[in-house]
Design a protein around this ligand. Structure first.
Ligand SMILES: C[S@@+](CC[C@H](N)C(=O)[O-])C[C@H]1O[C@@H](n2cnc3c(N)ncnc32)[C@H](O)[C@@H]1O
Length: 253
């Protein structure tokens, strides 16, 4: 995301109306939930960086508890509200606009914290440490994070992510970070390649012709669209070198 307001507006336009704002699927959300062994049947849940909330809805359907769903951007939360009404789960979702680095909740408020594709915004370690006090004793955290899947990636993909996410690490380094941050790792898995496409890159790619037409001659806007094309191209060419890893952990008190 860009600090330049115009570029950010274009970014929002590119991302507008997608089922998700990052890789994932209901199947992976439920698989991660199944790793939370011993979770109460009516947990209090916080979904951080919920975006349009596909995973919020999946959690609301799978659990009996209440879910606070928080994102910085109202536009995504409006999309979540529409889906929650459609799916009949709005009464158990507390939709909040807010900043993940200054969360307006009391210590020990949640049995489960969820963050798909969002912890990187604060930094993986910083997010784990900052959010831990919000968990009840022995509470769970489930989060997905962009990772390198093998050593020595090809220069082209390495350089792309040095620009996009230089803090990106491999799975074992993230597990070390989880332990150092006061959690016991319970399990982890790599999101299947379909999770990148079905709810994210395929609908995003379908928008590209209209975006090129809309912004024809506007080099600043086109630079954002071009970057999206480059990101999708990286995924198509180098799917074995990087991925999203879902980590499920329990707070050690
Ligand atoms: C990669 S998207 C993931 C969205 C959603 N969890 C999903 O998987 O579809 C990251 C989300 O974090 C939100 N976000 C960015 N900065 C934030 C902040 N400081 N506080 C809260 N949410 C933020 C974005 O608006 C976006 O919805």
């Amino acid at each position: 995301m860009s600090d330049n307001p115009r570029l950010f507006e274009i970014f929002l336009d590119v991302q507008r109306g997608l089922p998700r704002q990052g890789p994932g699927s209901d199947e992976s959300t439920i698989k991660a939930l199944s790793l939370c062994a011993g979770l109460t049947d009516k947990p209090s849940v916080l979904d951080i960086g919920c975006g349009p909330g596909m995973q919020t809805i999946a959690l609301a359907k799978a659990l009996n508890g209440n879910i606070a769903a928080l994102d910085l951007f109202q536009e995504y939360l409006n999309e979540l509200k529409e889906s929650a009404v459609r799916e009949g789960v709005l009464e158990r979702i507390d939709i909040r606009t807010g900043d993940m680095s200054a969360l307006p909740f009391e210590a020990g408020s949640f049995d489960l914290i969820w963050a798909e594709g969002a912890a990187y915004i604060m930094g993986f370690k910083n997010a784990l440490e900052t959010w831990k006090p919000l968990l009840s004793p022995g509470g769970f955290i489930a989060l997905s994070e962009l990772v390198w899947l093998g050593p020595d990636p090809p220069a082209e993909v390495y350089e792309f992510f040095q620009g996009e996410y230089p803090a990106m690490k491999d799975v074992n380094s993230n597990i070390d970070t989880i332990r150092e941050s006061g959690y016991e790792p319970l399990g982890h898995f790599t999101l299947p390649d379909a999770d990148w496409w079905d709810n994210y890159y395929t609908p995003l790619e379908a928008k590209l012709p209209a975006l090129y037409e809309k912004y024809a001659g506007d080099d600043e806007a086109l630079s954002v669209v071009d970057m999206t094309v480059k990101e999708i191209e990286m995924r198509r060419r180098f799917p074995d070198w990087y991925g999203y890893e879902f980590f499920v952990c329990r707070a050690v008190n």
